[in-house]
Design a protein around this ligand. Structure first.
Ligand SMILES: [Ca+2]
Length: 309
């Protein structure tokens, strides 16, 4: 190390640490305008065994994402799971490169609860589609599937089925919320007592033109409607004109069934028996979780209640 360089280091480093302390953040060695000197300085200190450990710890808090990423990489390589306490804050990092590396690390954790918690934390702080997708595949707890039998398919039903009444659900009282992290089921978006006052109003039709933009992914719909009195009815069905693409349906908090033909199901009508779940003559809550993988998405044709005898 030259005398001149040593003087620079001796002068700069305390200032860096001091400014970091004063600002309440970690020491900074680079400016956002020109990160190169900071990176060079970081590498030099890293190559010196006497400053390496300290440099790594500081690098994990650097404002420069490349330095954070490098420090994360080196810390994982050297200490593996023992370094978790030093790197755990990076689950909240805003930089996709750091997020992806952190996710690779989280995948190696064998404790499922810890793995899931860290992955969820990364997902909650990321807007990067690739990161969100990887997080989802790592933590997915969505496992809703239930067969559904309509009255017309019931082999023990021997009467002719008559439609007593049909009622199209109001077009203008739906509400929607995008669920890019795909944990709406864990937040119980389908529950009757879930508070949806912050959800956006939405009409039947593609969600692209209704404030969600070119969003591909999961979104949830909620609507309440008043069912007619039971009268002579033997069954109730919900007829969906079309949902682009996959739909999972809850009524009054109970999971009913799904329409899952993959992307091919986007324009195919479907009907579900809701006889066990409907509340005759009362308010009912219908919740639909929609997955759209490409282009237009959402409930784009009307939903109609059919009362059958
Ligand atoms: Ca679509």
């Amino acid at each position: 190390m030259s005398a001149a360089y040593r003087r620079i280091v001796l002068f700069v480093w305390p200032v860096i640490i001091l400014s970091g302390c004063l600002s309440g953040s970690a020491p900074t060695v680079s400016s956002p305008e020109d990160p190169i000197p900071g990176r060079r300085f970081y590498r030099q200190r890293l190559s010196d065994p006497s400053t390496r450990a300290q440099t790594l710890r500081e690098g994990l808090h650097s404002p420069d994402p490349l330095i954070r990423k490098n420090a994360l990489y080196e810390t994982i390589a050297e200490r593996g799971l023992d370094g978790l306490a030093d790197i755990e804050h990076l689950t909240r990092d805003q930089d996709p490169l750091v997020q992806k590396l952190m996710l690779d690390y989280v995948k190696t954790i064998s404790d499922p609860q810890l793995r899931s918690r860290l992955a969820q934390d990364i997902g909650a702080h990321s807007a990067d589609p690739a990161v969100l997708k990887a997080v989802n595949s790592l933590i997915s707890t969505f496992n809703y599937h239930r067969p559904n039998m309509r009255l017309k398919d019931n082999p023990t039903w021997d009467h002719e089925i008559e439609t007593l009444q049909t009622m199209t659900l109001a077009d203008d009282t739906w509400k929607i919320l995008a669920d890019p992290v795909e944990n709406g089921h864990e937040k119980k978006f389908f529950a009757v007592d879930y508070d949806d006052r912050d959800w956006k109003p939405v009409r039947v039709g593609g969600w692209e033109h209704q404030g969600l933009g070119p969003y591909d992914g999961v979104a949830w719909y909620r609507i309440t409607f008043t069912a007619p009195a039971k009268g002579q009815a033997n069954a109730a069905e919900l007829h969906f004109g079309a949902v682009d693409e996959v739909a999972w349906v809850w009524l009054n908090g109970t999971y009913v069934s799904q329409h899952d033909l993959g992307a091919d199901g986007w324009d195919i009508p479907f009907a579900l028996d809701i006889t066990p779940e409907i509340k005759w003559g009362e308010k009912n809550l219908l919740v639909v979780r929609v997955l759209d993988s490409a282009q237009q998405g959402g409930i784009w044709k009307p939903v109609t209640l059919h009362v059958l005898k």
